[in-house]
Design a protein around this ligand. Sequence first.
Ligand code: UD2
Length: 301
Amino acid sequence: IRDQTVLVTGGAGFIGSHLVEALTPHNDVRILDNFSTGDAANVPEDVTVIDGDVGDPIALQQAARGVDIIFHHAAIVSVSRSVDDPRRSNETNLEASLLVLEQARQEDARVVVASSAAVYGHPDELPVTEASATEPMSPYGIQKLALDQYTRRYAELYDLPTVSLRYFNAYGPRQQGPYSGVISTFLEQARADEPITIEGDGEQTRDFVHVSDIVRANLYAATTDDVGEAYNIGTGAKTSITDLAETIRTATGSSSSIVHRDPRPGDIRHSRADVSKAAQTLGFESRVDLERGIHSLVEET
Ligand code: UD2
C-alpha cells in the first residue's frame, strides 16, 4: 500500500514494529504505544509516536484522526498473565480493542486486527481451518475470539472493511521479554551454552511463522475486498519442540545440553494451520521456512 495514513497500535512491539518498518517508506505512519513491552528503539524515524494507552479514548482519538487504516497490534500477549489477572488482560485485549473498532467506525477506516490460534483451544482437527471449532482454553484466547467476532461483525453491521488475522506461533527478531515464545528462549539458552529446557516430552508440535510473513499478510489484508473474514496465518508445516531444539543448537553451534522439565499445564499438543483460505483469498503464502528463519535469526541478531 502507498500514500495512506495509517495507525499501528502496538507499533513499538514485536510484530507491530516490523509492520511499521514495511509501511513507512510509502505511507504516513503513526503509532500508538504505551511502551509497557514495546521499545522506542524499534521505531524508525519519520514515524509519529503517540505515547499512550490504546484504552485511553483521548490518546486513541488523537492517534486515529484522519487515518485510512488501523492495524491493531496492541495487546497483553501473555497467556499466563491472562490466567493470573483476567480482568486486566480483558481491559486491553477486548475493551480497548472495542474502542479501536469504534474509532475506526468514526473515521470510516479499515481495520486489520491481530487475532490468534488461541481461539481454537485444543484443535479438534489438524490442520486447523477457520471453520474448525473455537474453544479457547485461556482468558487470552477468549478475549481474542471475542475480538475476532466483533471485528468480523463490524463489516456487516456498520459496513466497515475489517479483517482478522489468526497468527499461529510467531517468531523473529525483537521477540523478547518474559513472555517471548519458545524460539527466543531456546536461542538465548543456546547462545549462553546453558541447557535448553524442553517442557514435557518435546513431541508436541507447532506451526512457526516468521514475522516477515506476518507483515506480508497484513499488507494483503490492507487491500483485500474479502472483508469481514478471519484468516489463519501460518506456514502449514509442523515442527516438534525436540526438532526445534536440535535446529537451534546446530544453527548456533552451541554445546548446550537438552533437558526435560514438567509439561506445561494445559499445553496444546499439536497445532498447525490450514492456510488455504488465506492463499486463495489474500494470495498469502509463507516464504520463510523454519530452517531459514532460524538461520537468519542467528545471523542477524
Ligand atoms: C502460542 C502463543 C500464544 C497463543 C497460543 C495459542 C507465542 C509466544 N504464544 O503459545 O500467544 O496464541 O499459541 O495456542 O507464540 N516450550 C518449551 N520450553 C520452553 C518454552 C516453551 O518446551 O522454554 C514449549 C511449550 O511447552 C509449548 C511450546 O514450546 O509446548 C510452545 O510454547 P510457546 O510459549 O512458545 O507458545 P504456545 O504455543 O504455548
